[in-house]
Design a protein around this ligand. Structure first.
Ligand SMILES: O=C(O)CCCC[C@@H]1SC[C@@H]2NC(=O)N[C@@H]21
Length: 262
């Protein structure tokens, strides 16, 4: 699998171990005036990997695909509200290009998790390095487990979605191929997002919404704040919940979701 022409200037770095590929690139972007972008940094192991809300990101040592993609987007920070949703549709597209017969097993959980058979296959963390009124330099970090999800589940505290491993759907595929597909899908998505924002990705996100029509419990800082039927996302990437007394919109902030089994 070759990288697309829009990635001609991509710098690729692979390291055996680091604290966090996101933190590495954020520090570099902040320290340099005009860094050459895009950069992808891949690590076999992270000693301080982190996820959304500052949670630690634990991956099976040496058995994970962990990378960060640093790029510039021609949008102000205020216009990046739905970026994480667009990224998750790109991850889905990259994976589906490799598994055309197993497509239905993948789905998206708001705001930006990729699920496999209801378990968490990939986590996405987007962090801002620098910005102006017209552009933002961001680092998009993505973590997959390749194998060993049972051992990993034992390490993780009880959570809504147990981990899933990529080997369950792509046992024969080289990780370089997975990475190339993901990078091509990300590059194509970023070009469209720079031009049109979230609009071209909304349909794809809503079509793959894991909890569409399901009763969900919404937690804020661990406390239940809302229950209702998840209906989809709006033009700003906010989740819409039908509470029975009207539609509530949720921005990603400090909110997490649990699915109610009916
Ligand atoms: O689900 C989440 O909360 C997001 C997890 C993101 C993990 C990836 S692994 C590569 C990159 N480096 C990090 O420290 N985090 C991201």
């Amino acid at each position: 699998m070759l990288l697309s022409s829009s990635l001609q200037k991509l710098t690729i770095e692979v390291v055996d171990e680091t604290g966090s590929t996101n933190a590495d690139l954020i520090a570099r972007l902040k320290a340099m005036d005009k860094p050459r972008l895009p950069i992808v940094r891949v690590a076999y192991r992270q000693t301080a990997g982190h996820g959304r809300h500052g949670r630690p990101w634990i991956a099976a040592p040496g058995n994970a695909l962990l990378f960060s993609f640093a790029c510039e987007i021609l949008r102000s920070p205020a216009e990046l509200a739905g970026l994480s949703l667009a990224v998750s549709t790109a991850v889905l597209a990259g994976l589906r290009a490799l598994m055309p017969t197993d497509m239905h097993r993948l789905a998206l959980k708001w705001p930006n998790d990729v699920l496999l058979d209801g378990a968490k296959l990939a986590g996405i963390l987007i962090e801002m390095a620098r910005s102006s009124h017209t552009s933002s330099s961001v680092v998009i970090g993505i973590g997959f487990n390749l194998e060993g999800e049972e051992a990993l589940a034992a390490q993780l505290s009880a959570q809504a979605n147990p981990p899933a491993a990529l080997a369950r759907v792509l046992p024969q595929v080289a990780m370089t191929d997975v990475l190339a597909h993901l990078l091509n899908a990300l590059a194509a998505m970023l070009e469209r997002f720079s031009e049109h924002g979230l609009a071209p990705f909304l349909q794809a996100w809503n079509d793959n919404h894991a909890y569409a029509g399901k009763k969900v419990l919404v937690l804020e800082s661990g406390r239940e704040i809302l229950t209702g039927i998840a209906t989809g996302v709006d033009a700003y990437g906010r989740l819409l919940i039908d509470t029975g007394n009207g539609i509530q919109t949720l921005a990603s902030g400090d909110v997490s979701l649990r699915v109610h089994i009916l």
